[in-house]
Design a binder for this molecule. Structure first.
Ligand code: SAM
Length: 382
C-alpha cells in the first residue's frame, strides 16, 4: 500500500459504487454520525446542496428504512466488501467475518420528512422531497418551508411551520484553484446555509456544514457559538487529509429569546462578534439581546479596560477538532492494491445535468472528439 494524493479513485470511490451510494461523500456523513451520533432522535431534516444525493441517500436509508450504519454496521459492510476493494481472498474474508458483530434489524422511524435542495436537478430518492433552488436566494425559504409542510404551510404565517431537527450542508462552489477566492465563495455558501438553518431549526437542533479551513475560520466558529451551545470541527477519514475541507458540527441550537431569522437581516458579516473567550466557552454569562432591527447584540459584562485587552490581546476560541471514522476504516489518501480480475463498476447514478455537458455539446458542434472523451468524462465525475 502506498500513498498518493493524486489518485482520485480511492477506496471510498470504489466502495461507494459497490455499496450503491451516488457519491463517495456518503462516507463523510456516515463517519461524522459515527462520532457525533448525528441522527439520534432525528425525523425532520433539510439537506442543502444535496446533488447528486449521497447524503440524502444516507438520510433515506437511516431514517426511512431504519438501517444501521454505526460502528457495527460499518465493520460488517467493510468485511463484506473489502475483498473487492483490497483484493483479499475469499478465505481471508471469511476468517474476519466470524468476528463480525450481529446485524441490527432495521428500525424505520415515523413521520420522517427529508427535503433536499440543490442548484442542480437530482434524481428521485425514496422519501426525499427534492427541490431545485439557490440556497443563497431569499425566495428559497418559503419554498423550503412549503416542502417541509405541504399540507399546513401558510405563507402569511411562515413561522407556524414545524421546525426541523437537523440541517446539513455539503455546499461547495466550483473551485477555481485560487485558494482565497474559493474559501471566500465557500464561506458565503456556509452563511447562506446557516441562515436557512436559523429559519427552520428547532431549539436543541443540529447543523452540520462543510467548511474550508482558511486563516480566519476561528471567527466563523465564534459566530456559530452565538447560536449553538456546542461547536466542533470534524475531519472524517474519507475526507482527504490533503484537502482543506472539514465539517463544522454545531449542536444544541439556542437562539436568544425573540430572535427571528430572516435572509433580509442575515447573520454573518456585521454581526457583533463575541471577543471574550470565556464567554464563548460558556464559562461566563453572556447576555444576548435582539435589537429592534433584528440583529443579535451580546453583552459580555466586561469593563472598558478588559475590552481593550481583548481587542489587543487577541483572545481566541479554538473549536475542538475531531478526526472521525474508525482507524480501521480506509484511508482516503492511500492507494490500495487491487486484484487483477477486478471489474470496474458503473456509477450508481450518472449525473442528471452535469455542468460539463454544454462544453461537450460545444465541442461536438465544433467537430471535436466527443465520442472518444464522453465515457471518460462521465466516469470521472461519478
Ligand atoms: N452532499 C452531496 C452528495 O452527497 O451527493 C454532494 C454535494 S456537492 C459536493 C456540492 C453541491 O453544492 C453541488 O451539487 C452544487 O450544485 C451545490 N451548490 C453549490 N452552490 C449552490 C447554491 N448556491 N445553491 C444550491 N446548491 C448549490
Amino acid at each position: 500500500m502506498g500513498k498518493s494524493s493524486k489518485d482520485k479513485r480511492d477506496a471510498y470511490y470504489r466502495l461507494a459504487k459497490e455499496e450503491g451510494w451516488r457519491a463517495r461523500s456518503a462516507y463523510k456523513l456516515l463517519q461524522i454520525d459515527e462520532e457525533f451520533n448525528l441522527f439520534e432522535g432525528v425525523t425532520r431534516v433539510v439537506d442543502l446542496c444535496a446533488a447528486p444525493g449521497s447524503w440524502s441517500q444516507v438520510l433515506s436509508r437511516v431514517l426511512i428504512k431504519g438501517e444501521t450504519f454505526g460502528r457495527a454496521g460499518w465493520e460488517q459492510k467493510q468485511e463484506a466488501t473489502h475483498r473487492h476493494v483490497l483484493g483479499l481472498t475469499k478465505e481471508e474474508g471469511k476468517e474476519e467475518s466470524s468476528a463480525a458483530p450481529a446485524v441490527q434489524p432495521p428500525k424505520p422511524r415515523e413521520n420522517v420528512r427529508i427535503v433536499a435542495i440543490d442548484l442542480q436537478p437530482m434524481s428521485p430518492l425514496e422519501g426525499v422531497t427534492t427541490m431545485r433552488a439557490d440556497i443563497t436566494h431569499p425566495s428559497t425559504i418559503p419554498l423550503m418551508l412549503k416542502a417541509l409542510d405541504p399540507e399546513t404551510y401558510n405563507p402569511d404565517s411562515p413561522s407556524s411551520s414545524s421546525p426541523v431537527d437537523l440541517v446539513i450542508s455539503d455546499g461547495a462552489p466550483d473551485v477555481t484553484g485560487l485558494h482565497d477566492l474559493d474559501i471566500y465563495v465557500q464561506s458565503q455558501l456556509l452563511w447562506a446555509a446557516l441562515n436557512l438553518a436559523l429559519c427552520v431549526l428547532k431549539p436543541g437542533g443540529k447543523f452540520v456544514a462543510k467548511i474550508f479551513r482558511g486563516k480566519d475560520v476561528d471567527l466563523l466558529f465564534a459566530q456559530l457559538k452565538i447560536v449553538f451551545k456546542r461547536v466542533r470541527v470534524a475531519k472524517p477519514r474519507s475526507s482527504r487529509a490533503s484537502s482543506i475541507e472539514a465539517f463544522v458540527v454545531c449542536e444544541d441550537f439556542c437562539p436568544p429569546e425573540g430572535f427571528k431569522a430572516s435572509l433580509d437581516k442575515p447573520l454573518g458579516a456585521g454581526t457583533q462578534l463575541p471577543t471574550d473567550a470565556a464567554a464563548v466557552r460558556g464559562e461566563k454569562q453572556v447576555e444576548r439581546k435582539v435589537r429592534a432591527d433584528g440583529a443579535i447584540e451580546l453583552d459580555f459584562g466586561t469593563d472598558d479596560e478588559e475590552e481593550d485587552d481583548l481587542e489587543e490581546g487577541g483572545q481566541r476560541w479554538i473549536a475542538p477538532f475531531l478526526a472521525c471514522g474508525d482507524l480501521s476504516a480506509y484511508d482516503s489518501d492511500a492507494t490500495y492494491k487491487l486484484p487483477k480480475d477486478r471489474v470496474s463498476l458503473d456509477p450508481v447514478q450518472p449525473p442528471t445535468a452535469p455542468p460539463y455537458r454544454r462544453a461537450l455539446e460545444m465541442r461536438k458542434m465544433a467537430g471535436g472528439a466527443y465520442g472518444k472523451t464522453k465515457g471518460r468524462v462521465v466516469k470521472e465525475t461519478a
